[in-house]
Design a protein around this ligand. Structure first.
Ligand SMILES: CC(C)(COP(=O)(O)OP(=O)(O)OC[C@H]1O[C@@H](n2cnc3c(N)ncnc32)[C@H](O)[C@@H]1OP(=O)(O)O)[C@@H](O)C(=O)NCCC(=O)NCCS
Length: 150
């Protein structure tokens, strides 16, 4: 796992756009924020949050962001390159970001689309439980939470 920063923004954005195509198709919504994000927005996000990625032979194949607010760690933009999905990278990165979160974090929160079958299965497997749903364009966002295991 490597810490990612502003210098990685171009690669992160490219990876993110490739990964989220399946989610856009699943929700029939091509205006998902991860697809609309600009390079400047990616740079700003990487300068203000904690981010890690996995490189294989130099190639960025997975990344994730963590935003800390008091005792809450918000996990976002967990992405794996389409040709490397289903090999355990996403689950491994999720477990890593939980272990690498600063000590004050006692709870993790994240959200995903209501039709995101893969992410919903992944998060359930890692102990996340739904707290509520919010409307988003033509679907819903499912908000999930998990207490940090000491
Ligand atoms: C979601 C994502 C990060 C998962 O990464 P991954 O490396 O493919 O996931 P893993 O190989 O670690 O899979 C771990 C578990 O996730 C679940 N899972 C992942 N993809 C799945 C799919 N398409 N269908 C059903 N379950 C799936 C399974 O429970 C799996 O465990 P198992 O292999 O024991 O059955 C990846 O598919 C991705 O980048 N998707 C597009 C972007 C996205 O939706 N990100 C989440 C935003 S909230």
């Amino acid at each position: 796992m490597k810490r990612l920063g502003v210098a990685d923004a171009g690669e992160v954005l490219t990876l993110q756009r490739a990964a989220y195509v399946t989610e856009a198709r699943a929700h029939d919504d091509w205006d998902l924020p991860p697809l609309l994000e600009t390079l400047d927005e990616t740079r700003a996000a990487l300068s203000s949050c904690l981010s890690w990625g996995i490189r294989e032979n130099g190639r960025l194949v997975a990344s994730v962001r963590l935003t800390v607010s008091d005792d809450v760690g918000v996990i976002g933009r967990l992405v794996v390159a389409p040709d490397r999905q289903g090999c355990g990278l996403g689950g491994g990165l999720l477990a890593f970001v939980e272990s690498a979160a600063p000590p004050p974090v006692t709870v993790f929160r994240l959200f995903t689309g209501s039709k995101s079958v893969g992410p919903l299965a992944l998060y359930a497997k890692h102990g996340y439980r739904e707290t509520h749903r919010t409307p988003e364009n033509n679907h819903e966002l499912v908000h999930l939470e998990k207490a940090r295991v000491p």
